[in-house]
Each structure stands twice: as structure tokens, then as C-alpha cells.
Design a protein around this ligand. Structure first.
Ligand SMILES: [Fe+2]
Length: 268
């Protein structure tokens, strides 16, 4: 498995608080079958200002050294990433080289306030797309606008954004509403990625085995494989993400949902 959303870098956001915590998270990840982690510290203006630069890179180097020094974690590959918080300055921050995509790809992991205006979020995502970025929406099932209407998310998919569910949401760790939206996104095939969004070694941990098994049994083995392994690898290779049931050489499969709307809905 490849985990594309993980707060294993210590000391720079609300994720790991120490080298030891990061090591323990790495142990959990490695022993649960994760081979690669794209580490994605929050970048939130005024709160966690983890912009690209020497300090940011040094935090990753320290993490790689710490994990590389121990046999249990030495084979875990750590890729550089960031969870970008959508705000007014996001497009400009990208232009100024302050925020980055996942690994060497042009996929950017983007989150927003839980009570964000979906129209504002959409405008930020559109501005990023105009810059050649392929946005991945972090934990779409947790935003209040998605609880009001899942249709907002289907429209973002139509716009070319990918949806990344948090593994914990699927099994109800964030409540029944989040779980309901996550299951709807799975049953409609709109979700293209699942990640741990791990923050520590105790409660939000990087072990997705049980959830992957659950998805395989409830939906299909192939869909689980796409969500946890194949599409995450495609991010590392900067390849186009696939939808459920879509072959790599085939046309674009569309999520099958009665909620799927047309472009007029967004006025574009
Ligand atoms: Fe996160």
C-alpha cells in the first residue's frame, strides 16, 4: 500500500510531536504493508506556515534519517508532500513557489475549512487547475457543504478534481454523517483514493488493512486495490488517476450517480 496523506513529519503541525512518535508511526506503517508514504504536513496561513524552503526540506531529511537508521523502518520510502489549505492567497502562493505538489507530480492535496463556502473552494481549485495542477481534495466526506449536498463533490469531480477519503471515515470514526458520505462516494465510484491521514501512533494511525479489507468485501477487491495501491502509485508516477472499472488504456469512466450534474450547475 501507498499512503498519500500522512502527518508523520514531526514538530511542524498537529501530527507527530516527536521523533519517537514518527518512528512509531513508521513502524506501524511498515508492519501494516505500507511501502511508501507521501508525508503531507498542513500548510495553513497563520497556523502552520510550512512553506517550501530549507526548513521544510530539513524536516523531511530528519525524518528520512531517523527512519532509515532503524531496521524496522529503513525500507519505508518517504516522499515530500503538503496538505495545502485553500485560501485567497493559495494560487499566488503556488506562483511564488511557496506550496508544493505530491512527490514529483503535479497533483496537489488541498483541504479547506470544514465550514467553507463550497463556491469559494471551487474557485480556488479552478485557479489551481488553470496553473496545470491536478487537485486532490483531502477528506471530502468531512466538509459540512458535502453533508448538505453531496452534489457539490460530484461537481468537483466533473471539474477534474480527485477525491481522497480518510480511511477512518469509512468505518465511522468521524461519525455517521461522514461515514454515510464516504460510502456514497464509494458506491458511486466517485472516490479515487483512500489514505490514512495519520496524525499519531495511538488514535489516528497509519494502518489501513482493516479498512482495505472492508472495502474489498463490501465493494470489490479491484476497487480496493485501485484506492489503496494503484491510484496512489499513479500519483508517484504522475500518471492520470483511474476511476473504478476504467482500464488504463480505456476512455474516461464516469462515476455512476444519480447526483451527477452537468456543467451548467457551476455556471461554466
Ligand atoms: Fe491531513
Amino acid at each position: 500500500m501507498i499512503d498519500i496523506h500522512n502527518h508523520i513529519v514531526w514538530g511542524i503541525d498537529d501530527g507527530s510531536d516527536s521523533e519517537l512518535t514518527s518512528f512509531e508511526m513508521g513502524m506501524i506503517a511498515a508492519s501494516s504493508g505500507i511501502t511508501d508514504i507521501i508525508a503531507t504536513p498542513h500548510c495553513i496561513p497563520g497556523r502552520f506556515e510550512n512553506y517550501c524552503g530549507p526548513e521544510f526540506d530539513a524536516a523531511f531529511s530528519a525524518l528520512r534519517s531517523a527512519l532509515g537508521a532503524e531496521k524496522a523502518t529503513s525500507r519505508l520510502k518517504i516522499h515530500r508532500g503538503m496538505e495545502v489549505f485553500a485560501c485567497d492567497s493559495t494560487p499566488e502562493d503556488y506562483d511564488n513557489g511557496m506550496i508544493c505538489c505530491l512527490g514529483e507530480s503535479n497533483y496537489m492535496l488541498v483541504e479547506c475549512d470544514f465550514d467553507e463556502d463550497p463556491w469559494f473552494f471551487r474557485d480556488v481549485l479552478m485557479a489551481l487547475k488553470q496553473r496545470g495542477i491536478r487537485p486532490i481534495i483531502a477528506h471530502p466526506e468531512r466538509y459540512y457543504f458535502a453533508h448538505d449536498s453531496i452534489r457539490y463533490l460530484f461537481d468537483l469531480v466533473n471539474m477534474g478534481c480527485a477525491l481522497q477519503l480518510d480511511s477512518d471515515s469509512i468505518i465511522g470514526e468521524f461519525g455517521s454523517t461522514c461515514r454515510g458520505v464516504a460510502l456514497e462516494l464509494l458506491s458511486s465510484s466517485a472516490a479515487q483514493l483512500v489514505a490514512s491521514d495519520a496524525h499519531d501512533q495511538i488514535s489516528r494511525i497509519p494502518d489501513m488493512r482493516a479498512v482495505a479489507d472492508y472495502v474489498a468485501q463490501r465493494f470489490s477487491y479491484n476497487y480496493a486495490s485501485l484506492l489503496f495501491e494503484d491510484n496512489p502509485r499513479r500519483i508517484l508516477n504522475n500518471q492520470t488517476l483511474l476511476f473504478r472499472g476504467q482500464s488504463p488504456n480505456g476512455g474516461r469512466a464516469r462515476p455512476s450517480s444519480r447526483y451527477m450534474s452537468d456543467e451548467e450547475y457551476w455556471g461554466i
